[in-house]
Design a protein. Structure first.
Lengths: 457, 67
């Protein structure tokens, strides 16, 4: 990987000055896709289209028609999102529809000059955190192929680590952008609920679904986010001045993998050394989160899948089918209870954020689990075995319920060589401010001995 | 419907539909239903407590002028 491919921003600068050709860049990404096909990161590779688009981009730039930092940049799209002329498989063996038109977010990326290089593998219908229940082979973690890349946007994360693209689009219903970002050592942004359009995206849970960018650095995620908003593409500036970070330890940090714990303590110490305030705080009723989440996500998924379950039940992977079936048994009364408690949780998070600029907590309580594992020993010193899925969702799902923006940032790697990731949570409607805070905090969170550093994987 | 009655009905339906593998998942869901309902009770009690406090406070404000 050349220096100009280490980040989207670096490649953009090289393309703008014509030191790097979009055609060369796309060819390099296609070579990486082929070289690491064992990771099962992609469902569909659009090699011919991407090369044709790259030639057009090169010609436009040569004629002085530079569109901005995404012009000529290869990006991948999670295969749950419509890209005109391609099948949207959702990682499933169910019959896939061929998209007649691009989802709005794809249209916006293309309008900014991005090149769609392919569609990435995922946990079937985004209904899982490990990307190993899919019709296209388990997504393997680039840092250890026996481990999961996380999910559900596992292919997107693996593709970024391996340089198969310089930006990815993921979706996040309970953590599906932030979990694979943490498992693979990259950046993943879940914006404020409703900020980016989810039209043209296969839903998992209509009131919890978010779409957002995944990238190698916070600046790259910011560039992608601006393009997804449809505005002028620019990178976030680092927030200046003394920032206040709140760590919600109760519920979220009980228990944690020792490496995750170390990453959190180290980041807190480095932020304090840099002159920021880091305090412990409490989010009221946070322990209600998994029960509230389950009673909303399950029936909403069951609603969407009801017609397919009638016709193609046997084509789902067994685990995903059973989770969807569970949703059929949630009563309307319990769904309403959960929706009312969701309002309470939203108020709790807003209240906690009243005392600080951002919450700081891990994005994932454990490193990437072995592929196929159903339980995990979270805290090796306490021998606490817990279900993998619940453990992986525990630190992210609250912010899908409440709609606050959240970003996962690489926080070095443990003694096992696997990445650890932390998460910053911002005020609702202030996703750009969260990116500025994350840009400021990134160096302190990612730095340190053994760090994977800055999301370069 | 109580959680026990809900679980019994759900298990019987899953069995009838040839989905015995759902049994452990439904049993786990039953624990979650119970936890959700407990949370709802706590929240309702809290809300009615807040309402009572707020009503007492407005009664104090709107009550007869002690002067």
């Amino acid at each position: 990987m050349t220096a100009s491919m280490e980040s989207l921003a670096a490649a953009a600068q090289a393309i703008r000055t014509r030191a790097l050709s979009p055609v060369e860049l796309v060819r390099a990404c296609l070579a990486r896709i082929e070289a690491r096909s064992d990771l099962n990161a992609f469902v569909t590779v659009l090699a011919d289209h991407a090369l044709a688009d790259a030639r057009r981009a090169e010609e436009s730039i040569a004629h002085g028609r530079y569109l901005g930092p995404l012009h000529g940049i290869p990006v991948s799209i999670k295969d749950l999102v419509d890209v005109a002329g391609t099948k949207t498989t959702s990682g499933s063996a169910l019959p896939a529809h061929e998209a007649a038109c691009d989802a709005p977010i794809v249209r916006r990326l293309c309008a900014a000059g991005a090149i769609i290089i392919g569609k990435t593998n995922l946990h079937e219908f985004a209904f899982g955190t490990t990307s190993d229940e899919t019709a296209f082979g388990p997504v393997r973690n680039p840092h250890d192929a026996s481990r999961s890349a996380g999910g559900s946007s596992g292919g997107a994360a693996a593709a970024l680590v391996e340089g198969m693209c310089l930006g990815s689009i993921g979706t996040d219903t309970g953590g599906s952008i932030r979990i694979p970002a943490a498992a693979c050592g990259i950046v993943g942004l879940k914006p404020t609920l409703g900020e980016l359009p989810v039209a043209g995206i296969v839903p998992l849970s209509a009131t919890l679904d978010h779409v957002g960018p995944m990238a190698r650095t916070v600046a790259d995620a910011g560039l992608m986010f601006r393009a997804l908003e449809g505005g002028r593409v620019e990178a976030p500036a680092a927030a200046t001045g003394r920032l206040r970070f709140g760590i919600p330890r109760a519920y979220f940090c009980e228990p944690l993998d020792p490496g995750v714990n170390t990453a959190l303590d180290r980041a807190a110490a480095m932020l304090r050394d840099a002159g920021h305030d880091v305090l412990d705080l409490h989010i009221d009723d946070a322990a209600w989160t998994p029960d509230v989440y389950l009673h909303i996500s399950l029936p909403e998924a069951a609603w969407y899948h009801a017609p397919m379950l009638e016709r193609f039940a046997d084509r789902y992977t067994p685990g995903v089918r059973l989770r969807i079936e569970m949703g059929r048994y949630v009563t309307a009364e319990d769904y309403v209870r959960a929706m009312r408690l969701r309002d309470v949780l939203r108020a709790s998070v807003t209240h906690a954020l009243g005392t600080c600029d951002a919450l700081l907590l891990p994005a994932l309580a454990i490193p990437a689990p072995p592929i196929g594992a159903t339980t995990v020993d979270v805290d090796l010193t306490a021998a606490t075995r817990a279900p993998v899925r619940a453990t992986m969702l525990k630190l992210t799902q609250l912010f899908n319920l409440t709609g606050h923006p959240a970003i996962a940032i690489p926080a070095g790697q443990g003694s096992d060589g696997l990445p650890r990731g932390l998460q910053l949570v911002g005020h609702r409607g202030e996703t750009w401010r969260l990116l500025e805070i994350a840009k400021s905090a990134e160096a302190h969170i990612a730095a340190g001995p053994g760090s994977v550093g800055g999301g370069t994987g | 419907m109580t959680v026990d009655a809900w679980l019994a009905a759900a298990l019987a339906d899953a069995e009838r539909r040839g989905l015995p593998a759902l049994k452990p998942l439904l049993e786990t869901l039953a624990k979650s239903v119970a936890a959700l309902r407990r949370a709802d009770e706590i929240n309702r009690a809290r809300e009615s407590g807040e309402r009572a406090l707020s009503e007492r406070a407005s009664a104090r404000v709107e009550g007869p002028d002690p002067r």
